[in-house]
Every structure is written in structure tokens, then in C-alpha cells.
Design a protein around this ligand. Structure first.
Ligand code: PEP
Length: 253
């Protein structure tokens, strides 16, 4: 059985105190309320990783992710954070290829591949984000677009490396817009992604790969999305900033 994951991407939100309160609330709710066999991930901003890491250390339910990683190992890269640094404060997962990084920081396919390699070399699992803009969906080119994103970054990984990767399908038109993909749209894209992965690697590896949906998921639509065969959980932005909403999504399987 492949792993079910719900990951909260806090983006550039929360003060230090707010971040610690949020993770403590999530932890308490997950301990008090039955939430099934789901791996829960929080993705705070860089300055809070160490403290949040200490809070979740040894917690078999709650895990720590970073929002970004440098493609470089170390050295004169002012403002960058390496995979080894992330590893040293307890980071287990890292987002790679989020549409906001692609758009605002011009991260291209080659850079994303290098970031995944840098993370994997430290034993950190990449959560590789892909998804089409609205004009590609409207032109009925969304499968082709996402297929190309996978080909350009994921297909160069080895089989062993790919086994460590989580995919997040995030249609750009659904991120932070309140407009969610229907569960049918999510399912058909997730099935397509899995099929592409089975061609790049093998059917078993593709079957075992966790594919998350992201884009305005909330407690009201998560159950329907997660009921689909190839939807193995969610990457949650806005709704991950409130402990009640986030844990309700975790309990939606
Ligand atoms: C995201 O940014 O990864 C995301 C899914 O955001 P939201 O849930 O706010 O659409």
C-alpha cells in the first residue's frame, strides 16, 4: 500500500510564536482524535525549522518539511540553504518545483532536477510539484503540459532515487484561488501522472508513488478528493494555517 500524506505548506506566513502554537495545536489534535494511517507534514518557513523540528522529533505521525533547498552543496551562495543544513535540523521532506518558485524565482526544470538530487543525497525526500496554468487547461493541453514537466525533471532520476519522491499535482488555476479541481479532474490527472511514471520507471514503482492533490483543498472538499483511487492525499496551502481546518483535512480519508 502506498503512503497517504497530508502536507501543510505554510508559505511566508506566521510569526515564530504563531508557528510554534500552530504545530502544538496540530500535534495535540492528532493525538486526541483518531486520524487513521496518514503521514502528516508541516512546512514552516526556514527560521522556524529547527524549533518546529524539536517539537516533532520522534513523533511518528508528524513530520517536518522545508519549502525550498539549494541545488548547491555549500559555499558562496548568499541567502541559500543547503540540503545538509536542512538535514541537520531534522527536515525529512522538501518542496521542489512549487509554482510560486517556478513563477517568482524562475526555477527551471534543470534547477529542479538538481534540487531533488541535492535533497536525495542527504536522504531528504522531495515533494515534486507540477501543474498547468489556466490557459493550458482551457486549450486542453493540460496532460501534455504536466507530462512534459515530469519528463524534464523527474525522468532523469535513478529508480532508487525515484522511490523516495512524492508528487504533488497542483493546477495553478486552483492554488489560492478558492477554485478547486473537481475530484474527477484530479483523478484523471493523477492516473495520467502514474501512467507516465510507469513508463519512466516501472509499474510497481509508479503504483507505490504517493501523488498528492493541491489547490484550494479544504475540510469541505477533501473527503471527495481523497476518495479517488489515485489521490493519495493533499498539499494544503491556506487551510493548513488553521489547526482545526488542517486536522479536519487529515481526518478526511
Ligand atoms: C499550495 O500553495 O501548495 C496550495 C495548494 O495552496 P492553496 O491550498 O492555498 O490553494
Amino acid at each position: 500500500m502506498r503512503k497517504k500524506i497530508v502536507a501543510g505548506n505554510w508559505k511566508m506566513n506566521k510569526t515564530y510564536e504563531e508557528a510554534l502554537s500552530l504545530v502544538s495545536e496540530i500535534d495535540n489534535m492528532l493525538k486526541d482524535e483518531a486520524s487513521g494511517d496518514v503521514t502528516v507534514i508541516v512546512t514552516p518557513p526556514f527560521p522556524y525549522l529547527q524549533s518546529v523540528g524539536k517539537l516533532v522529533q520522534g513523533n511518528d505521525k508528524l513530520h517536518l518539511a522545508a519549502q525550498n533547498v539549494s541545488e548547491h552543496e555549500s559555499g558562496a551562495y548568499t541567502g541559500e540553504v543547503s540540503a545538509a543544513m536542512l538535514k541537520s535540523v531534522g527536515v525529512e521532506y522538501v518542496l521542489v518545483g512549487h509554482s510560486e518558485r517556478r513563477q517568482y524565482h524562475h526555477e527551471d526544470a534543470q534547477t529542479l532536477y538538481k534540487k531533488m538530487k541535492a535533497a536525495l543525497a542527504q536522504g531528504i525526500k522531495p515533494i515534486f510539484c507540477c501543474g498547468e496554468p489556466l490557459q493550458e487547461r482551457d486549450a486542453d493541453r493540460h496532460f501534455e503540459y504536466v507530462g512534459q514537466q515530469l519528463k524534464d525533471s523527474i525522468s532523469y532520476l535513478s529508480n532508487e532515487e525515484f522511490d523516495q519522491v512524492v508528487i504533488a499535482y497542483e493546477p495553478i488555476w486552483a492554488i489560492g484561488t478558492g477554485r478547486t479541481a473537481s475530484s474527477q479532474q484530479a483523478q484523471e490527472m493523477h492516473a495520467y501522472i502514474r501512467e507516465q511514471l510507469s513508463r519512466m520507471f516501472d509499474a510497481e514503482a509508479a503504483f507505490n508513488c504517493t501523488i498528492l492533490y493541491g489547490g484550494s483543498a479544504n475540510p469541505g472538499n477533501a473527503k471527495e478528493l481523497f476518495s479517488k483511487e489515485d489521490v493519495d492525499g493533499g498539499l494544503i496551502g491556506g487551510a493548513s494555517l488553521k489547526s482545526r481546518d488542517f486536522t479536519d483535512i487529515v481526518k478526511s480519508f
